[in-house]
Write a protein of this length. Structure first.
Length: 460
């Protein structure tokens, strides 16, 4: 125990007295009993030599353990007990003049001792409260530090680690708490071109050596498993009273998910621009060709509107699929839903995935075929019907989808005298996807067959 350490016994007694709130009568009763016991002991053992000496420790203890009021009470009671033990009934005032002077001096001096002891008790109580508050604050700070969703580290002026939390270790994939300022090389931060940071390029080192502050700077980390994590680092220097740098605190934030979202958003914007460009080109072609091939303004209006409706249905289908691959069966049924109410359409085919461009092309082609069938072909009379089938087969270069539109039971079919927009669109369907297209005007019904490369149908 050093000179500044408190006695363990006294420490326990003080802690005990502060933890328990004793009522006044208990405090004063204990003091009275102890002082009377000391008085009796003094009378029986010590005699009349220095009658007040044995009471001083009692008063000191009472003030220290039970407070100022109890200490003053102990002083007065001690003076009274001591006076009774040395008094003489023959004396006019029970005590002689020197004894009265000694008693008065005892009261004055020991009262000061009691007050001082009470103040020491108050100081100890404040220190205890501060210690508890400090412990709670440190525990809270440590809990926040360890459970923070960002990597935190505190370094001394030498570069040695003072504190580093678990999130920092998780982000780095390693522990860099050991060593001096060179330990930062263990972070393995890299530039976009894959080259490693030099020691002087680390923001933490710059903060310690030069007092430079860094805020939310890109910080790419290559972890032990060779994975790369995009983060942002902030590092600020800490200063002492003399203005010298005493260390630095650094914060690393995982921005991988945010950056991935930004990349995805950029991709979506580019994709949207591409889609809009293609859609506008298709709209322009529909309007131009519809007006060019229409005989009257009303006919042109009807043609444009019906083709726009088909285009909208294709757009709705692609939007619901987030412009990803969709199934050809869904495309066919969506394109023909307006004419497939009386069971005269047979739709059957194997599972085939198609991209946005193929989906829109199939929709427009099927719209043209259905429109022609309603006006002139199998769907123009009650007995007519249409079979829509497709299959996948192997070719010399890969796989191909063969698509067939067959009209049955309709009126006699005659080849058109001229090719309009719809006919040209149908003819180009297969060739646009690495295959071929064939239109047959059989007397028994129109037959259209197209083949297309399976992989090219998936392009967006």
């Amino acid at each position: 125990m050093t000179d500044t350490d408190m006695s363990p016994l006294l420490d326990r007694l003080l802690s005990w007295s502060l933890e328990r709130s004793l009522s006044a009568w208990i405090r004063y009763s204990i003091t009275t009993v102890v002082i009377i016991a000391v008085g009796l002991f003094r009378m029986l053992i010590v005699g009349s030599i220095v009658p007040w000496l044995l009471f001083i420790p009692v008063v000191l203890t009472a003030g220290l353990l039970l407070g100022r009021g109890t200490g003053i009470y102990a002083t007065l009671l001690s003076a009274a007990v001591a006076g009774l033990s040395i008094g003489d009934p023959a004396e006019q005032f029970w005590l002689t003049g020197p004894q009265w002077i000694g008693t008065t001096l005892f009261v004055l001096v020991v009262s000061g001792v009691a007050i001082l002891a009470a103040e020491l008790r108050a100081v100890f109580a404040r220190a205890q409260r501060l210690g508890i508050a400090k412990g709670a604050a440190e525990a809270s700070l440590n809990a926040v530090f360890e459970n923070a969703p960002v990597g935190l580290s505190l370094a001394a002026a030498s570069g040695k680690s003072v504190l580093i939390n678990e999130q920092m270790r998780r982000l780095l994939g390693r522990d860099i708490s050991q060593g001096g300022i060179d330990r930062y090389l263990g972070v393995n931060a890299i530039h976009d071109d894959g080259s490693s940071y030099t020691l002087g390029e680390y923001p933490q080192v710059d903060a310690i050596r030069h007092g430079v502050e860094t805020h939310a700077a890109p910080f790419l980390i290559e972890r032990p498993d060779s994975s790369r994590l995009r983060t942002e680092i902030s590092s600020v220097p800490l200063y002492g009273r003399d203005g010298a740098v005493t260390g630095a605190v650094s914060v690393i934030v995982d921005v991988e998910e945010r950056e991935r979202a930004v990349d995805h958003q950029t991709l979506l914007i580019g994709e949207l621009a591409h889609r809009m460009k293609n859609t506008m080109a298709m709209v322009q072609a529909i309007v131009h060709q519809s007006l060019r091939s229409a005989g009257t303004l009303a006919e042109a209006r009807e043609s444009v509107i019906s083709r726009f409706e088909a285009l909208v249905r294709a757009q709705d289908l692609l939007t619901s699929a987030d412009w990803r691959l969709t199934n050809l069966d869904a495309v066919v049924r969506g394109a023909l839903e307006t004419v497939n109410g009386d069971g005269r359409l047979l739709i059957a085919g194997c599972p085939v995935e198609v991209g946005a461009r193929a989906a829109m092309s199939f929709t427009l082609v099927l719209h043209e075929l259905a429109t022609n069938a309603l006006k002139y072909g199998a769907l123009s009379i009650p007995t007519g019907r249409v079979e829509v089938r497709w299959r996948e087969e192997g070719t010399e270069t890969g796989r191909s989808v063969v698509f067939t539109w067959q009209e049955l039971g309709g009126p006699v079919v005659l080849p058109p005298s001229r090719k309009g927009f719809g006919t040209r669109l149908i003819d180009s369907m297969g060739r646009g996807f690495g295959g071929q297209s064939e239109f047959q005007y059989d007397p028994t019904g129109v037959r259209w067959q197209a083949s297309a490369d399976t992989e090219r149908l998936k392009t967006t």
